[in-house]
Design a protein around this ligand. Structure first.
Ligand SMILES: [Zn+2]
Length: 361
């Protein structure tokens, strides 16, 4: 899914390697998603959201009017091919959403028009992306400014990260997540119907950081090496084949391969959350973004800025590491490989994983 081997499936079909590579595909899925899914997921955090949700009920009558008005406009434009009018309406919907209104309250004439009016789908993706980028660009906070300079050095107005936003994205639904970054396709996937309004900027920015992370691309090349990876798997699939008998080339490759798996999964998530936490800290402190209680807890948010800066990276690593079980499938069930994974993970407790090109300040 995030890093599949479909590219060379055809090449490998009908060979024995094909089957091991298919199996590997599964391993990769688990490797990545064990981390992704448990990373900073929200199920248990719903309880923390109640006070805020109750607060939001206060201006209910205003909101009701807005909802009705927006739905009325959606009905008027349901068949329209006037893209400018649809863009303007979706702009209103974006603002409505960020004011703590659940998108599901808008009936299906507004956003989920895949089959009825594709213009709505194009407009929604474009408006949600552009307005969120604009919100980051407007920030006067020093770290966010640095981040957006870094972003601008990678992506211009004409060259955007691949971004797919919709209600019900199969890749996300299967994994029961609301947003994700497809490592192989370099594609941001996001389902705003599943994301609480106060979490939108946090999750949008998190996926944006993945798109800027060069190490993800490098690690997927190593992990999916078309020559060495299939060799390694086919040999180590035999439980009686010992690692010591691997060729020197494969012995040297093995730790890089394991580390690349971690760089795609656990360490990749760590890098993204470290960058996002710094942006979030400034934006929440200056009341540009809404606070997210479960995230405050994970990063150890405190108004004491020095204390926060000294502790948040370790807090993030500690949380992710303790909530991400090792994948146990295929050759990764071998105790020697489990040990290698654990060694890298434990080393990283003392020496937190490097940020590579994301160390932009
Ligand atoms: Zn992520």
């Amino acid at each position: 899914m995030m890093l599949s081997f479909n590219n060379y499936n055809s090449m490998l079909k009908n060979s024995q390697t094909y089957f091991t590579v298919r199996k590997m595909c599964l391993v990769v899925l688990l490797f990545l998603f064990a981390y992704q899914q448990t990373s900073f997921s929200q199920e248990r955090d719903d309880i923390n959201q109640f006070p805020k949700l109750l607060l939001n009920q206060n201006s209910k009558s205003d909101q009701d009017n807005n909802t009705d008005l927006i739905i009325k406009e959606c009905h008027q434009l349901a068949q329209s091919k006037n893209y400018d009018l649809i863009l303007a309406l979706v702009g209103k919907i974006y603002n409505y959403y960020l004011k703590n209104n659940n998108l599901n309250e808008l009936d299906q004439h507004c956003l989920n028009l895949k089959d009825k009016n594709r213009y709505f789908e194009y407009a929604t993706q474009s408006v949600f992306y552009e307005k969120s980028i604009a919100k980051l660009r407007e920030s006067k906070n020093p770290y966010t400014i640095k981040f957006m300079n870094f972003f601008n050095s990678k992506f211009s107005d004409y060259e955007k990260p691949l971004f797919h936003m919709s209600k019900g994205i199969a890749d996300l639904d299967t994994l029961k997540i609301d947003a994700g970054f497809h490592r192989e396709k370099n594609l941001i996937l996001i389902d705003p119907f599943k994301i609480k309004p106060n979490e939108w900027m946090l999750k949008f920015t998190h996926e944006l950081v993945h798109a800027l992370d060069d190490r993800l691309h490098e690690a997927s090349k190593v992990f999916g090496d078309t020559t060495l990876t299939p060799k390694l798997i086919s040999l180590l699939e035999n439980p009686y084949y010992s690692i010591e008998t691997l060729s020197p080339e494969l012995q040297e490759f093995l730790p890089h391969w394991i580390y690349a798996g971690l760089d795609l999964g656990l360490f990749g998530e760590y890098r993204a959350w470290v960058i996002v936490a710094q942006i979030y800290y400034e934006e929440v402190s200056s009341q540009n973004w809404q606070p997210v209680d479960w995230f405050n807890e994970r990063i150890g948010y405190t108004i004491n800025q020095d204390q926060f800066k000294n502790t948040f990276r370790a807090n993030i690593y500690y949380y992710l590491n303790s909530h991400s079980p090792n994948p146990e499938i295929g050759i990764l069930t071998r105790p020697e490989l489990q040990k290698k994974i654990n060694d890298f993970r434990n080393d990283s407790k003392a020496n937190l994983p490097p940020l590579y090109n994301l160390e932009f300040n």
